[in-house]
Design a protein. Structure first.
Lengths: 251, 251, 251, 251, 251, 251
């Protein structure tokens, strides 16, 4: 497999189908992690980011932004300049269905952005925002009907701690490599990254697993023992497939 | 006092009365900690576990399960085998009124279990689940009307980090020794462990303290100063006892 | 500027106007941090304390209390003595509009106080409680309609970990110097401290910024780009001022 | 591969040859980690333990001891009883060539043992001591010509924090599963665990790699580029083998 | 026992005899911790501070200094003013045999002082310096034949992070209450605090324990089992006493 | 001041004089931090990296390398490929006087490189290596007469945790922005970064400060009080200048 370089323009070019996006909307991050793990991918779940809006799912394509620590000679003022700041430039390039993923080095001693910038990401059609840093105005950010994930709230200005230095390069976020164009899915457990090249395959497998597990959960709630049910033996799988087929007929 | 060994079968045998369980349902963990501290027990409150369902109380008897880090030569596959995995075997032995307490070494880099296993614990009559690790499917686990306490949500598979190695031995969880058969009580503050040998005594003292403190809180809200009220002087205690007695008469 | 000494009685004497307090009620901590940063103050936002009651704002004057680790020769018993304990004496001196700020060294291995003491602070007219430690009875504390901020819940007795040693001296809390008499403001992002000498100026500037930013947010939600809007150019500011003026006429 | 249970007596029975031990004495932990990683074992290096005696190597067979947090009802006194304490009993069972590996849950708030017990392990022929906790009397422990690895020094009594609960069961130490009978190797980088079943194979491969790398280091120091040298191409390997063969003839 | 207030002038007045100081020079911190624990004092060993000069012992009387986080309005410049800075004033008050103990809140993001100030403490006859923060110029500080204990080295200016606010009040340092006038002892394990009121008693008991343990270590090294030796039975103690008496005669 | 972009080729082009390098060799990092702080630069000292070779100074020009977390689909094998791996390519581009600075996100769960690669950096004339991650073969790395700074030793393969993704872009290391071409200075306190544009000015000021402080230290050791000496008053400065001038004459 080719290794990504930090600014490989080809990375994000293969299209992601609406079907893949829709399937991923039905799959939890735990199920996606299971499917990734079956294929040998164990470092895809971000450590740290939590949903500001529990119960809201996020599915989108990664648009990356990298912060480094600010330094007084480079950042003499406090306000980011809209015409030069990579934070602002990045936000004005985000397209529909994209998730802004900010590498803040896990530093939560200031926000990475606040509610006005979050609103702009949403207005541009963005699918969400993820950072291993913090948000300012966390209550206002959370008030938008828009999925956002961060590690903390912190009212301090982004520019007092962070300096945005690159967009659309390979970053680390929450201990996970994020390549621009990867699929990013979030729910109440947190955020998982799916390599774009296997996104369709993972989406299908995860959606199928969700269907089966909903059925198994019903069995367990009705008193079935784990043995034979979870994981299901052949009879249980057959029972599920019969139910699904009949359900399809009826519905 | 006899020292526990890791697998002493006698530890859990003395019965816990329904009266003790019911009294503990009325007592907060803060009050229980106070009563334990009065008897010289200061290391009984678990550091880390938080309720997935704020507002829901848990009272039960500890059923312990110990995890160690997984190792690739021991855990070649991803899925736990229902017939051999101690995780699955432990869950299938949990009895009514028992709380599954999982020693995950405070490692939250993967779940310790997810919603289907949690549902099975509940279906078997379990009284709750506690871990100093994480849960997967945290939203689904929280959706069950069943008290669960963990340190984090994490969608990664248990088997990618943890290996279950023992059940019903003495463990550490959240910095506290947990002996199989101990009483385990949880509320919004977190989880406290009560040695079984003093559970009845603690339950009675804690319930009594709760009654008195409800009365004192009423006084404080009405403007009483701390001096004389908290802790109460003799007059205040007499006033409480009078109120309680009269209340008994009226009710 | 004069340096504070730990017990300078002059620190808290200049009056804080009701107008300042009221303006601060309309300003978020993020906005206040921005105004403080413009004046060169970057270390004013407390790291750690979170609201027990999301959505509730706090504004008040700092009344400080310092804890050190308890030691068995100094703290032979468990219960604080109302006549000698500085915790109790401090609470009985809190006046209307004051916020109790407890330096617990960030140690969350026990509570700093519980619901009865919190109720007493409220009964005395206190404006809130802040600590970089924990609260006991967190659910009961949260049930009071009263803003409280802490880093964790912990059911263990304060006296098993903490010893109150001073009141109304300069403390550190959440990594920030707090001088008795400072203004203390809290919201969902957390807690910020405003030096008393610039409280009126900050309050005015922050309230004005909030008004402008509400307007800008409306523009952004309506599709305006960041360039020209955030930060606003002259035309945008003029538009806001016109709207505000007209709004004043209409209302 | 069979899964270990916590107290499987068969685990430690296959003999470890003196040849294996001697080869491991020539191999660094970095090289051993490389050989383990080639075979798919990535979680074998302990996170935390550092050598008290830099420059001294340790090779031995794991003898495990598990601590849990002490509790006042179980540990009423301070001194461990030689006839009942598992800490003392474990030390009196350690045999020649064994390394005492103590699971202290990474808790360094007290020692796990001090210089007299360390001296006893040495007197019994033990090959070293490893813990993810602390040692007391660290200077005295370090003064023995005996390899010891811990995460910190701490003068507090073991019994004020730890309760020894099991010996010779599967433990976690420094984030790694340790099975009784595993090989344990330590050097200045820290400590690595080698599953017993592949110890001979790893020992041979690691010793061979060390020989080759010594040769490659000489080339690098003499100015060779990485390309062709590290990793070596066929010509470089041939050159090494020629040198080794000739060296054998000469020596 | 009377509770200390933060600035009780009576605390440090009872004299400490030269005999006590000399006995403490012969006792390790582990032994002192054991003697303190026997008397119910478990929170006396500082968590964090390590010796800059391994192998060098420190014994002295605590002179306390408290730092809080700096704030730009209070600390507008970088350099501490010798005539007003409490850091400088404190150092100029330290007397012979006193140990400067600095409460830096465990914050190691800047030094607490550097080599010139350390040299001044030594020149005034100080017995050492302890902080749970960092030192600047750590190599130069370590070059003085003078015991110093800190948690880290950090080249940043003290005034960029810390503001000295009080001297000779009760502080917390490394998680331990330090009362001015307490005895402070340091060795390679770290630093322990002895309440002044029991310093003489602890010194005698610790010195006696050291003598016995040296004897027991000789027995253990010669092959004695733990049982009967550590802790010693009556015969072993009698043997030690005989040896000591004879040794006195011979020497 | 122009803001750096991540891959601005102009950054490293202004020459650094040998005089600047030589002056920096005489200045400690504490002194350099003081001079940077005087000019408003407070975030230049790396948090975490410690010298593997205490007592050895490092001065050089930053050559940056950025790691992100590895991911199994991108890094299917273990060994880095010399022809494609950015780790190897970077090392083969390092020139005389350059310091390799590796952004490892503070992750010490594996090495960033080992002794053979360190030897190659040295063979190419490199001036040192700095990382906020770990080194493998730490003892062998330390054996080279070559300054190296890291946060820990860890024997695990770099490729099991890290993926090298960029060289010579702006990075964060130890909480500090490092721009390619910055000056990097290390001593026993740790590592400081000096913006290239002010390197000559800082070098001169720091060397001058060192000379004065050596003189002041002599005064302090001889018993001078802080007042008038540190900071020095006019008479003390005059005395130093006289001494320096006379010393120049004599020597």
């Amino acid at each position: 497999m080719p290794q990504p370089t930090a600014s490989d323009p080809a990375l994000a070019t293969s299209p992601v189908s609406a079907a893949t996006i829709n399937l991923l909307r039905t799959a939890g991050t735990a199920t996606i992690c299971s499917q990734l793990a079956k294929r040998g991918l164990h470092r895809t779940f971000l450590f740290g980011p939590r949903p500001l809006r529990p119960g809201e799912r996020m599915v989108g394509v990664a648009f990356t932004l990298r912060y480094v620590p600010f330094r007084e000679d480079i950042d003499p003022g406090l306000a980011y300049d809209n015409e030069q700041s990579l934070q602002r430039l990045a936000i004005e390039r985000i397209g529909p269905g994209e998730v802004l993923v900010i590498d803040a080095r896990g530093d939560i001693s200031a926000g990475t952005l606040g509610n006005i910038l979050a609103a702009r990401v949403r207005a541009r059609g963005g699918a969400g925002i993820v950072t291993d840093g913090a948000f300012r105005d966390a209550a206002q950010v959370a008030a938008e009907p828009f999925p956002t994930f961060c590690q903390a709230a912190n009212a301090r200005l982004s520019s007092s701690v962070h300096h945005p230095v690159e967009m659309q390069t390979v970053i680390g976020c929450g201990g996970v490599m994020v390549v621009p164009g990867d699929l990013v899915v979030g729910d109440d457990d947190g955020v998982v990254v799916i390599p774009r090249s296997i996104a369709a395959e993972i989406a299908e497998a995860a959606a199928a697993q969700e269907g089966l597990e909903d059925f198994l959960l019903t069995q367990i709630r009705a008193g079935a023992p784990l043995l034979g049910t979870y994981p299901p033996n052949a009879a249980m799988v057959a029972s599920y497939e019969r139910r699904t087929r009949d359900g399809d007929k009826i519905a």
